[in-house]
Design a binder for this molecule. Structure first.
Ligand code: CTP
Length: 402
């Protein structure tokens, strides 16, 4: 299940042209499993219909302090929320909230909640740049309110400038970030990703089918939970958001070097990379020409990075391996876990459809040194990453130092 599943989110919509985007935000939050309670101000009703938002949210729109069965809807909504989101937030709403004025259901809810609040301003550039708005937002930030700044772009009436509401994707991502537990704050996590490439000559390599997507998803998940992530990678995918340091490598030897440099100070090490087991004994410095006939390539074993991490594992460090198998999944994974002295091994049967290399989805069994295996059925790689990081965090001793 995702971060938003079962979360109670109040979405406050105020009167700006960007109110139509709140409809999309609401739909995305509901799709992600959140329970969304919408509040509209009177101004918002000039821009979108109540029935649109009511139809897409988890309950009907409310807008008044007085017309509900419950005489105190603002405290009910505010107290029950895991997060209150205001999108779009007008200058008027920001001013009233900063001044502590409760004049309608939304401002009353904002004053009554102790949940995190995310305000997404949208207004004309001149208003956005006005010192009053600036000061009010500074006041809100000082009180711990989160602000997702507007973007530059086309505004109402054909104007162009800063003040356009952040995109629905960015708003939902910010909500996810705020609702993700920061259980890796202050921890360092090393993740390896991608397949190594072992040179045969100046242009040819022995490679494998790993795309690096699962490793990047693990890195993104750990970073979103507050970790400092060292991502040792053979691929060039977008760097995940957060405190992520990418260490580019190509061969198994380079990966081992990078891992050796960082592993000792890491609380969790997750070897998601597909490391070549064999490499050519020598790589020709130039290109091997075809006139000389098919070359005899002599292979030698590469170092087993994970096994050597297991052999020198500092006390308190959680060591996680991956196992790509095509048969006897559990037995092979269990044997690898013991042989390499791991705490967890994430086994996937790469012969199944939608599983493993290049797919955006995966299905795994997380084998634990202590406890029953955990099965995660076919899901997005980020969902798999969440389950892997959950399992690692469950083993991590509080404040353990590697
Ligand atoms: N691994 C490693 N160094 C190697 C080979 C593998 O660190 N030279 C790590 C991988 O990153 C992965 C785990 O070991 O986390 C298991 O990899 P896998 O290829 O499934 O297992 P092998 O040890 O190579 O065993 P086998 O070839 O028998 O499947």
């Amino acid at each position: 299940m995702g971060t938003l599943a079962g979360k109670r989110i109040v979405i406050g919509v105020t009167g700006g042209i960007a109110a139509y985007k709140a409809v999309e935000v609401c739909r995305r939050l509901v799709d992600a499993g959140a329970h969304v309670s919408p509040i509209m101000t009177k101004g918002a009703e000039h821009f979108i219909g109540r029935s649109t938002l009511s139809a897409l949210a988890s309950e009907p729109v409310q807008s008044s302090l007085w017309d509900e069965e419950s005489p105190i809807p603002h405290t009910r909504l505010g107290q029950g929320a895991d997060l209150v989101l205001v999108a779009p937030a007008t200058a008027r709403l920001i001013g009233a909230y900063a001044a502590g004025i409760s004049s309608d259901l939304l401002t009353a809810t904002l004053l009554a909640t102790r949940a995190p609040v995310l305000v997404c301003p949208a207004m004309h550039t001149e208003m956005w740049e006005h010192p009053a708005v600036h000061d009010n937002l500074a006041t809100l930030r000082r009180r711990g309110v989160h602000v997702l700044e507007p973007e530059a772009g086309r505004l109402a009436g054909g104007d162009v400038g800063r003040g356009r509401l952040a995109s629905p994707e960015a708003i939902v991502a910010a909500v996810e970030r705020l609702l993700t537990p920061a259980d890796l704050h202050g921890r360092t996590v090393l993740v390896t990703a991608g397949g190594t490439r072992e040179p045969i000559d100046a242009v040819r390599v022995i490679a494998n089918r790993s795309s690096g997507k699962q490793g990047y998803a693990v890195a993104a998940e750990a970073a979103s939970r507050g970790a400092h992530v060292v991502l040792v990678s053979t691929v060039d995918l977008p760097v995940p958001a957060g405190d992520v340091q990418v260490v580019p490598v190509e061969t198994a030897a380079q990966m081992q070097d990078a891992v050796d440099r960082h592993a000792a100070s890491c609380n969790i090490v997750i070897m998601a990379a597909a490391v070549a087991d064999f490499r050519p004994v020598t790589a020709a410095s130039g290109k091997i020409k075809k006139d000389s006939g098919a070359p005899q390539i002599v292979l030698e074993a590469t170092p087993d990075i994970l096994a050597s991490l297991g052999a020198h594992k500092p006390a308190g460090q959680v060591l996680v391996g991956f196992a790509a198998e095509t048969s006897d999944l559990l037995a092979n994974a269990q044997a690898k876990l013991l042989r390499k002295n791991l705490d967890l091994i994430v086994a996937n049967d790469v012969s199944q459809p939608g599983v493993g290399f290049h797919h955006d989805t995966n299905a795994v069994t997380i084998v634990r040194r202590h406890g029953e295996p955990l099965t995660v059925s076919l899901s997005d790689k980020r969902e798999i990453a969440r389950a892997v990081v959950d399992a690692a965090v469950a083993i991590l001793a509080p404040h353990s130092e590697p």
